[in-house]
Design a protein around this ligand. Structure first.
Ligand SMILES: [Cu+2]
Length: 246
């Protein structure tokens, strides 16, 4: 009898576990947010702004262009030290607004042999239609902790990929070594990419205390625990997140 009960319990656990991976994101409840607050500010570099690396275009010049491309992997604004393409997110938020409609199916393009969005935030379970707008073949590959694939995309064609895990996924092209980008796959929608001045804005946060973290692909997290911010209801809190001594 005990054995039968245990078997049933294990089966139930397995079913619940599978649902949490492939169904709605585990550990996050989408609710209506009334009188939500905003956290906004900038992500800045602590030292002198480094020069962007030059990436030589070594082949397929007709489709990719002849001139070297400026790398997006660390893009610091020389005038105001703002960091572009960082992601600012709320650590371990369990409840809040839903993802915008249409978030589970999005597009992602490659044009002139560059991924057109260098960093993109998507929800866990999102399917990306990855297109190739060039007249040459691209081969997109991902090798992160949990997401692995390696797929050719013929000229002017597309493929679909689904991202089921809460992690950062680096995308590269095995034909054109200068091509790279990152997908920031998140359970909750409180994660945004910074603009060319390092600006960010997280909106519709329920009342509560939060830890805010900035992540950048070459610098990691600006702080492990994050910056503490309290939203009291309908208020706007300003925040500067600095990568010190980097
Ligand atoms: Cu390519």
């Amino acid at each position: 009898m005990v054995k039968r009960f245990l078997t049933a319990a294990i089966a139930a656990t397995m079913i619940l576990g599978a649902t949490s991976v492939f169904g709605a994101p585990p550990g996050y409840d989408a609710v209506e947010v009334k009188d939500g607050g905003t956290i906004k500010g900038r992500v800045v570099f602590g030292g002198d702004a480094p020069e962007r690396k030059k990436l030589e275009v070594t082949k397929d010049h007709e489709a990719c262009g002849k001139d070297a491309k400026l790398s997006d992997e660390l893009t610091v604004n020389a005038e105001n030290k703002g960091i572009q393409w960082a992601v600012v997110y709320v650590k371990k938020i369990k409840k809040g607004k839903a993802w915008p409609e249409g978030s589970m199916k999005q597009t992602y393009d490659q044009k002139a042999c560059v991924f057109t969005e260098h960093v993109k935030v998507i929800p866990v379970g999102c399917t990306l239609e990855m297109s190739n707008s060039d007249a040459v073949l691209h081969n997109v590959k991902a090798a992160s902790m949990k997401t692995n694939f390696n797929e050719s995309i013929p000229a002017n064609d597309k493929i679909e990929q689904t991202f089921n895990f809460d992690e950062q996924v680096k995308l590269e092209c095995s034909v054109h070594p200068w091509m790279s980008s990152y997908l920031f796959v998140s359970e909750h929608p409180y994660a945004v990419v910074t603009d060319a001045d390092g600006n960010f804005e997280l909106t519709d946060l329920p009342k509560g205390k939060y830890n805010i973290i900035a992540w950048q692909e070459t610098l990691g997290k600006h702080d492990k625990k994050g910056e503490k911010v309290e939203i009291k209801g309908g208020d706007t809190q300003e925040l500067e997140l600095k990568f010190e001594g980097k």
